[in-house]
Design a protein around this ligand. Structure first.
Ligand code: PTJ
Length: 246
């Protein structure tokens, strides 16, 4: 039992959800370690959403709304922590959802698909034979993608990614949006928009931003994007860690 008045109760509850996701076959054991690395950065960021992250969230929502074929790529950690928000975001922006795993097993793919369907997803791509296309120049299991999904997407949303695929997707000419607490990671640097924040805070905020911007005209959305520079934003996230900005 986590006491409600524990100063870090939220963070401990998030851990519990991930461990529960591991026990239910959604999360890879390595996913628990990856989360620990994220926690360390979150601690340095003060475990709250920075103004810098809020700007990136707005830019991400604008980019997703401007995309013709956006796809949300889901791994084990994302399915365990934010299944509801993934489905909500897909509905808000009209995106497809695709399972894409680094530590790929059929059982885990299916468990993740079932979890997303349980939260109201209409369809989930990339499972089993569905992932019959390949991302060029990528040797990990993440190379297998759905020919109707990530393969033909113009924008791919990849929360908690490994740098290799983010770079390979960018080489394919796709826009890449990520959520990663580490502003120094290769994924953060390869992405077009990086939200340096915890998945559990960033996803609800992204859903809200997408819903708020949904009715806006293209020009307004383009203007938001034009005012955003990912490199500069990452630099400011580092400053936040150093205590320079909020
Ligand atoms: O489910 P699978 O098989 O696709 O595997 C998923 C993991 C996460 C195990 C796999 O993608 C992996 O090994 O990722 P990495 O290379 O460890 O990178 C994970 C990144 O996410 C790191 O930069 C962490 O700092 C960051 N991270 C971890 N937890 C969170 C996070 N960022 C935001 N929110 C989190 N909760």
């Amino acid at each position: 039992m986590i006491p409600a008045d524990h100063p870090r109760a939220k963070s401990l509850h998030t851990r519990e959800r991930l461990v529960d996701g591991f026990r239910r076959g959604l999360v890879a054991p390595e996913g628990l370690i990856a989360h620990g690395r994220g926690e360390a950065f979150d601690y340095l960021l003060g475990e709250r959403t920075s103004a810098v992250a809020k700007q990136a969230t707005e830019a991400a929502a604008a980019m997703l709304l401007l995309s013709k074929r956006p796809v949300l790529s889901v791994n084990g950690n994302a399915a365990a922590l934010v299944p509801k928000e993934i489905v909500e975001l897909a509905k808000a922006i009209g995106a497809a959802i695709e399972v894409n795993l680094f530590y790929r097993t059929q059982e885990r793919e299916q468990a993740i698909k079932d979890e997303l369907l349980r939260f109201g997803a209409k369809d989930v791509l990339g499972v089993g034979e569905g992932a019959s296309a390949q991302i060029p120049e990528l040797s990990s299991e993440r190379r297998r993608v759905d020919p109707e999904g990530i393969f033909v997407a113009d924008t791919v949303f990849v929360p908690l990614e490994d740098g290799d695929r983010a770079e390979a997707l960018a080489r394919m000419g796709k826009k890449v949006i990520t959520i990663d607490l580490n502003p120094l990671s290769r994924t953060s640097r390869a992405a077009s928009v990086t939200i340096v924040d915890n998945l559990v805070r960033a996803m609800p905020a992204l859903v809200k931003a997408a819903e708020a911007l949904k009715g806006k005209d293209e020009k307004t959305l383009q203007k938001i994007l034009a005012g955003f520079d990912n490199n500069e934003n990452l630099g400011r996230s580092l400053m936040t860690i150093r205590g320079g900005t909020k």
